[in-house]
Design a protein around this ligand. Structure first.
Ligand code: KG4
Ligand code: ZN
Length: 335
């Protein structure tokens, strides 16, 4: 089954053709980073306009790349939420139009379910598993007993980890998107700053706003006193604090749920120190870990096409009334 997948939930216009949920026949990702960089973050109205300009070009490109026509496509999948509403609408209208013209089934995909299924393009998911979802908008621990069954067991009470990375990067004067730049800067420093451990308790929940405020206050106070901040050291201490808590709570969840499989998902899974910390901890605890290759960590349509195959097998099909949803839980049934 060949699924044409469309992802436009934030600032990437992406399309892929995925075969049977496992094989990427071709992916095109058109990033808007260069546009939003000028403003220090994604500007929603500009993002949706850029999607409008890009979407037909990306469609032509992906079909050309795969050497396919619309007649070879069996179904169309689209991210319907969560995300920026104006951005989601462009992908959704494109998907509906193609379904209407070519008479194909429409498969609605939850963006975060897509991030989890990015791992299925590396290695077929094995169940039960726990997914650590870490992106610009989410920080969740999700339990899956089988394909397309999602139970949230914990999550952030305030900021998502990627959002915290981006805000700390901003105070350190790093350009947008801050996460990868902060990751690189941290690798040049040492852990010398004493930062608070965020929500170091017995739950599976996270909290990053206190850590973010601690870094911002520290920078302001030191600057007012005329002291120089060693940015690479502060980045390193911040990164270590974040990675320690994410690793600790993820391993705790795996042990307490008696689960041997961990998948990591979302943009922050590109983080080098976090990947290494999680890999080491999993090795020590006899846990299988899958992390997506960098291309599939941040937003892309390949992950949406992979998830869509299993959604379709569960009978999740939408009609042309499908609505975009800015906020929607991972436990939503997508119909
Ligand atoms: O999954 P994603 O592309 O978009 C959302 O669904 O939110 O994640 C984007 C987030 C941004 O906050 C970005 O700064 C962060 O992922 N990110 C990273 C790294 N690469 C991307 N954060 C830390 N280290 C990285 N290497
Ligand atoms: Zn994402």
């Amino acid at each position: 089954m060949k699924i044409l997948a469309i992802e436009s939930s934030c600032d990437e216009t992406s399309m892929s053709v995925i075969e049977d949920g496992v094989k990427d026949l071709g992916t095109v990702i058109l990033s808007q980073i260069d546009i939003h960089k000028l403003y220090g973050g994604v500007v929603p109205e500009i993002a949706s306009r850029a999607h409008v300009e890009a979407i037909t070009i990306v469609l032509d490109e992906v079909l050309k790349k795969c050497n396919l026509t619309m007649n070879d496509i069996d179904a169309i999948a689209v991210t319907y939420g969560p995300g920026l509403i104006g951005s989601l609408l462009i992908g959704l209208e494109c998907a509906k139009t193609l379904c209407f013209i070519y008479n194909k089934p429409l498969i609605p995909v939850h963006h975060i379910k897509g991030h989890i299924y990015a791992n299925n393009l590396v290695k077929r998911l094995e169940f039960p598993l726990i997914a650590l979802v870490i992106s610009g908008g989410h920080t969740d621990l999700v339990y899956m007993s089988e394909d397309y069954s999602f139970k949230k067991i914990g999550g952030t009470l305030d900021d998502a980890v990627g959002e915290c990375y981006d805000k700390v990067a901003r105070i350190l004067d790093l350009p947008y998107p801050g996460g990868p730049k902060l990751d690189k800067l941290a690798s040049e420093g040492s852990d010398t700053y004493n930062l608070p451990k965020p929500l170091n308790d017995n739950t599976y929940n996270f909290s990053f706003s206190g850590l973010k405020s601690a870094v911002i206050n520290l920078v302001h106070n030191e600057t007012q006193r005329g002291n120089i901040i060693k940015k690479e050291d502060l980045a390193c201490s911040f990164q270590k604090t974040v990675c320690d808590i994410l690793t600790k709570k993820t391993i705790k969840a795996l042990k307490e749920y008696n689960v041997n499989n961990l998948v990591v998902a979302g943009g922050v899974s590109a983080n080098k120190v976090l990947r290494k910390n999680l890999e080491d901890a999993c090795l020590e605890n006899n846990i299988n870990i899958t992390v997506p290759p960098i291309l599939y960590c941040t937003d892309n349509a390949a992950m949406i096409g992979a998830a869509a195959y299993y959604a379709y097998k569960k009978g999740i099909i939408a009609d042309l009334n499908l609505k975009a949803k800015a906020n929607v839980s991972i436990e939503d049934l997508d119909n």
